[in-house]
Ligand binder design. Structure first.
Ligand SMILES: Nc1nc2c(ncn2[C@@H]2O[C@H](COP(=O)(O)OP(=O)(O)OP(=O)(O)O)[C@@H](O)[C@H]2O)c(=O)[nH]1
Length: 196
């Protein structure tokens, strides 16, 4: 079974940093101009599950960008929408993304993430605003630092899993995602220098 997660947000908010953190526990300063789908397989209760994370550079302006955005929204089962607490425009863009997803994918699980919490002196978006945006659209909310804190980033994944469980409560296709997170924690907890 495949579970698709889209990591979205404007330029340089830390999407790649978060993705790498989620999959490897590492923080690598620069990631370059890449579009990637990272995939990891786990055996959970005897079933093979692939967790696919699509992380791509931001592009909302061009026509090609708009169709890429649409494709990404359609592809995903859950969304991690990232802004930088130092960049108000990135927060506004997350607000637009929330609306886009809600209007095309209904109540799909969304986690709103304010990244770069370590840069308090440059904060431009108060925590409360992030929390209010998330609450108003039925999303979970976290402030994290991909640079400094692995556990905060893992909480994001837990939040997404909880959202998926809620979304699938009445579904005939239970995802068993809690198991995935447990497996990920176990795997990456042991192997700090994992790479992909
Ligand atoms: N201080 C600090 N810097 C961070 C954090 N997360 C990412 N960065 C830095 O912010 C810059 C952008 O990070 P990326 O992960 O490449 O951002 P992105 O959103 O993937 O950017 P695009 O690929 O351009 O869309 C890099 O220089 C990272 O090192 C964080 O939590 N704190």
């Amino acid at each position: 079974m495949d579970v698709n997660i889209a990591v979205m947000g404007t330029e340089s908010v830390g999407k790649s940093a978060l993705t790498v953190r989620l999959l490897t526990r590492r923080f690598i300063g620069e990631y370059g101009d890449i579009e990637s789908i990272y995939s990891h397989s786990f055996a959970v209760d005897g079933r093979e599950i692939s967790l696919n994370i699509w992380d791509s550079p931001y592009s909302e302006r061009s026509t090609a960008g708009a169709s890429l955005l649409e494709r990404k929204v359609q592809w995903a089962d859950g969304y991690v929408l990232v802004y930088s607490i130092c960049d108000r425009a990135s927060f506004t863009a997350v607000g637009r993304l929330v609306q886009t997803i809600r209007s095309t994918r209904g109540g799909a699980p969304i986690v709103v993430v304010g990244n770069k919490r370590d840069l308090q002196h440059r904060r431009a978006v108060p925590s409360d605003e992030g929390r209010r945006l998330a609450l108003s659209a039925g999303c979970r909310f976290y402030e994290v630092s991909a640079a400094e804190n692995y556990h905060g980033v893992l909480a994001v994944l837990h939040g997404l899993v909880d959202g998926m469980k809620d979304a699938n409560k009445s579904s005939r296709r239970p995802l068993g995602l809690r198991g995935i997170v447990k497996s990920m924690s176990a795997v990456f907890g042991r192997r700090r220098t994992d790479s992909f």
